[in-house]
Design a protein around this ligand. Structure first.
Ligand code: PMV
Length: 326
């Protein structure tokens, strides 16, 4: 029995995961591809203690309750079953970025939790097995396990996990997140996935995903933002088209979301290579080359409705900070 602390970065998907083939196993309706974000982190400590009646979970400075607590407890139950232990645990997790705004806090949360919980239980999982375990907590979490740029594919429980396609130092691509609101989103991605098949556009989006994946993956390998940028924007718009036309409809955008998207297009017409993508929230991720990041940041900060800008390059994989076995 022991205690372990792990750190993980969230990721931004260039080709999105929206809709599930299997709800309980978090098997996605389509493969997805993303970049880890070095500047944003979740740090999670898990300590198994004999005599505890139940798991206690602290997220930031607050004790988790309700659905948030239940999701962590059922993830811990998976780890306890794998390790053959019964002890309950104290879990403390802290993000250095705002949660619930489409910044994929559940990805880094379940990636860090999976590593801390398994190591504290004395288990040593391979990267593939850890990615697969993280997937069961939150689908996109599997992409935060390997470092850098990662591809999540595979259509069965045993084969569905993320693999690295390029390391973080392969390419100094930059993600500038224009924060247009810090408010919590009304419908989380967890409930949103279930609505995808109710949209008449869901199947149409799935039909274009294989082409988008090929273009984006080769764009990363060739370090060619101009080649892959339009496909990244297209998939974000296709996913939001699905969201908006679901029953009930999900509309994550704020007026400032559209303002940033339009500004990105006008900067591109001036010759600046920058492309926008948006997760299940109103904030806009603007992708550009590292050399253009200062310019793009200054332009974003000048836009009405942009409250803050987070700047990040490609991040590492989920890693252990410390652990002790008692
Ligand atoms: O892992 P989940 O269930 O939070 O889903 C993530 C969904 C999106 O962020 C909208 C897209 C993605 O691929 O990250």
């Amino acid at each position: 029995m022991g205690k372990a602390t792990a750190i993980a970065n969230p990721n931004i998907a260039f080709v999105k995961y929206w809709g599930k083939a299997d709800d309980a196993l978090n098997l996605p309706a389509n493969p997805s591809l993303s970049m880890n974000l070095a500047a944003l982190t979740t740090v999670t400590t898990v300590e198994y203690r004999p005599g505890l009646q139940g798991d206690t979970v602290t997220i930031g400075d607050r004790l988790a309750t309700g659905q948030a607590l239940a999701r962590v407890v059922s993830h811990l139950d998976r780890v306890r079953a794998m390790a053959g232990i019964e002890q309950r645990a104290c879990i403390a997790s802290r993000n250095d970025f705002p949660a619930g705004t489409g910044l994929a806090s559940s990805a880094s949360a379940f990636a860090a939790l999976s590593l801390a919980a398994t190591r504290a239980a004395g288990l040593h999982l391979s990267e593939d097995a850890l990615s697969r375990l993280a997937r069961l907590g939150s689908g996109s979490a599997c992409r935060s396990v390997p470092a850098g740029f990662t591809l999540w594919e595979g259509d069965r429980d045993e084969t569905s996990y993320a693999r690295q396609i390029a390391s973080p130092d392969h390419w100094a691509l930059c993600d500038l997140v224009a924060i247009v609101t810090h408010e919590h989103k009304p419908v989380g991605s967890h409930d949103g996935h279930a609505l995808a098949p109710t949209s008449p556009f869901h199947r149409a989006r799935l039909a274009v995903v294989p082409d988008l994946l090929t273009t984006v993956e080769s764009g990363i390998r060739e370090r060619d933002l101009r080649a892959m940028g339009p496909s990244i924007e297209l998939d974000a718009l296709a996913m939001h088209g699905v969201m908006m036309t679901s029953r009930p409809s999900l509309l994550y955008w704020q007026p400032a979301t559209l303002l940033v998207m339009r500004a990105v297009r006008s900067w591109r017409r001036e010759g600046l290579e920058v492309y926008a993508t948006i997760d299940a929230g109103p904030n806009v991720h603007c992708l550009c080359l590292g050399a253009d990041a200062a310019d793009v940041e200054a332009r974003l900060r000048n836009l009405e409705g942009v409250e803050d800008v987070l700047v990040s390059g490609p991040g590492g994989g989920t890693r252990l900070v410390e652990y002790h076995l008692f």
